[in-house]
Design a binder for this molecule. Structure first.
Ligand code: AMP
Length: 546
């Protein structure tokens, strides 16, 4: 497939408003692709370059893209940035810039989908001192060969903001439709393999190949996620449930085969080397080949420390031993995904728990099972008394559903009114904060993965945090106007609020009342932020709005 065809398809989807029509466009193309093209095409369509479990990253920020574009269009970088900033859509701006260049360019080669992928792959492997230079060289070549529309999508792919309005769920349906296989089988295979590209290839083989997909050691699956709720509602709905403490730390997934192990963070990045103490503890807790899910907390004299202490350890690359002494970490294991060759994601939670207790001897999070509201409430109070964040309530019959924020896991914590949102823009601060961003624009996401602004936040941020945020965000600027900037979305804030209101001000149609910055959630990716439908649900659940 030519990259040009891919660009045309993206544009067609972008212009299509109907969900089913978008699915049809994709379903029609998939069977025509070669085995090599199929996974790449599917990942690209999802706005990804590599599978989610893969450690591969291009490591290219907006700056390098602008430099390459400036070179190709024969302008200085500043004027290119100005042009890009004036529109707000970097992909479109780059397309416009290149459309002026075309008349003067004689050596354009037509780009092939796989060639573009191979260039990205090459870029991801470039390391060392001159890596930026080498990456720039490849980018320059890509943008010289690209026609303007291709450049729009190449730049969006690199900047991680393809956003053509087709969500993961729709692409899964398109795969099912294209190869006449059940959506359930596609879903199972995706959950176990964590790569829809590979799943598309298996779908081509047939239903059997999809159903045979197993979770693999050292290929992390997405973490199962939780929703907010109340004890009474859940017990009313489900009767007997399991409850565990909600530990305020950092999620981990532990993979072990024989004596070797790896630990992955919530974003599926490998963190084994940063927490050797935790790997030793987990290695000593079981003889089995295993994948475990849990939360690491920091403790001091048996009391949990705030979550920031754990993140400090997860981020650390140097002086690990010194910090091991000052910050003691303890894992709490609450689920099992794989045991000695068996994939357990389709087993009910009660069964998984039984297996977990029978094969892991230490660090298993205590659990109670009950249908008695008062008993669960007293368990909740003891969690808070012990210094934990609250409790998690879990459905006993639930499968392990990677990446799904469903009703099977409900979090109960006192400050229920907190929300995770993506930082998509900022305004410059004033006075002594003039060289930092002062107010941040936050977005939730639609089911399709589009980001919808829903609030601004300026309160609750210390000077130290403002400086950290500036250093994290300054290289992620993708456009700039008089006093505001837009960012490549990557950073997540946890924000407190008093109420959700309907509002015409923001694209989400809702706004937060009295938003307050609580913390930087650099353990979370933007695919984990709140969806518009759960904001609607929160709005309805507020007293008076039912
Ligand atoms: P939140 O980050 O507020 O969406 O809450 C969900 C998170 O709580 C999970 O992703 C875990 O990182 C964490 N957590 C703490 N204790 C538990 C537990 N017992 N079961 C599941 N998740 C837990």
């Amino acid at each position: 497939m030519q990259f040009n065809e891919f660009s045309e398809i993206c544009e067609k989807i972008e212009k299509t408003s109907g969900r089913l029509d978008s699915i049809d466009i994709v379903a029609e193309v998939l069977p025509k692709l070669s085995n090599e093209e199929l996974p790449v095409f599917v990942r690209f369509l999802m706005g990804r370059i590599f599978p989610d479990y893969s450690p591969e990253k291009t490591g290219i920020g907006p700056n390098l893209v602008y430099e390459a574009v400036a070179y190709v269009v024969g302008k200085d970088k500043e004027s290119v940035i100005k042009k890009i900033n004036s529109g707000g859509d970097a992909g479109r701006a780059i397309e416009n810039l290149l459309s002026k260049k075309e008349q003067t360019s004689f050596f354009s080669e037509s780009l092939d989908l796989l060639e573009v992928y191979r260039d990205f792959y090459y870029i991801s492997g470039v390391g060392g001192n001159s890596s930026q230079k080498e990456k720039l060289k490849v980018l320059k070549r890509l943008f010289s060969d690209a026609n303007p529309k291709e450049a729009r999508y190449i730049s969006r792919l690199i900047l991680g903001e393809l956003r053509i309005g087709i969500g993961e769920g729709n692409i899964r349906e398109a795969v099912a439709k294209a190869f006449l296989v059940p959506t359930n089988s596609v879903e199972h295979a995706y959950q176990a393999s964590n790569d829809l590209g590979e799943v598309a290839l298996l779908a081509k083989e047939g239903e059997g190949a999809l159903n045979d997909v197993r979770v693999e050691l050292f290929r992390p699956v997405k973490m199962m996620l939780a929703k907010q709720g109340t004890i009474a509602d859940i017990i009313g709905e489900q009767g007997k449930i399991a409850a565990e403490y909600k530990y305020d730390g950092t999620r981990f997934q532990f993979h072990k085969k024989d004596g070797k192990c790896r630990i992955y963070s919530r974003k599926l990045e490998e963190v084994t080397d940063a927490i050797p103490d935790v790997s030793d503890m987990l290695l000593s807790s079981t003889e089995h080949d295993i994948i475990l899910d849990g939360e690491v907390i920091a403790v001091d004299n048996g009391k949990p420390l705030p979550f920031q202490y754990v993140l400090r350890r997860f981020r650390r690359k140097h002086d690990i031993a010194d910090h091991m002494e000052s910050i003691r970490l303890v894992p709490n294991i609450f689920d099992i995904i794989y045991l000695d060759g068996e994939t357990l994601i389709d087993e009910p939670f009660s069964k998984r728990r039984e297996i977990l207790e029978s094969c892991v001897s230490k660090y298993v999070a205590p659990q109670i099972v009950s249908g008695d509201i008062e008993y669960i409430e007293s368990f909740y109070r003891s969690a808070l008394n012990d210094g934990h964040e609250g409790i998690m309530i879990k459905s006993l019959s639930a499968h392990y559903t990677p990446g799904v924020r469903g009703k099977e896991w409900i979090k109960i914590k006192p400050a229920v009114d907190t929300i995770d949102l993506a930082v998509i823009g900022a305004e410059w601060g004033e006075g002594k904060r003039a060289h930092h961003f002062g107010t941040f624009l936050l977005a939730c996401r639609s089911e399709n993965g589009d980001l919808l602004p829903v609030s601004k936040v300026a309160t609750g941020i210390s000077d130290e945090m403002l400086a950290l945020l500036y250093s994290l965000l300054k290289d992620r600027i993708i456009s700039e106007s008089k006093n505001s900037v837009k960012f490549e979305p990557e950073i997540v804030f946890e924000v407190g609020y008093a109420e959700i209101q309907k509002s015409p001000t923001y694209d989400a149609g809702y706004a937060l009342r009295f938003p307050r910055f609580l913390r930087l959630r650099d353990d979370k990716g933007i695919d984990e932020i709140e969806t518009i439908s759960s904001i609607e649900e929160r709005f309805k659940n507020q007293s008076g709005n039912r």
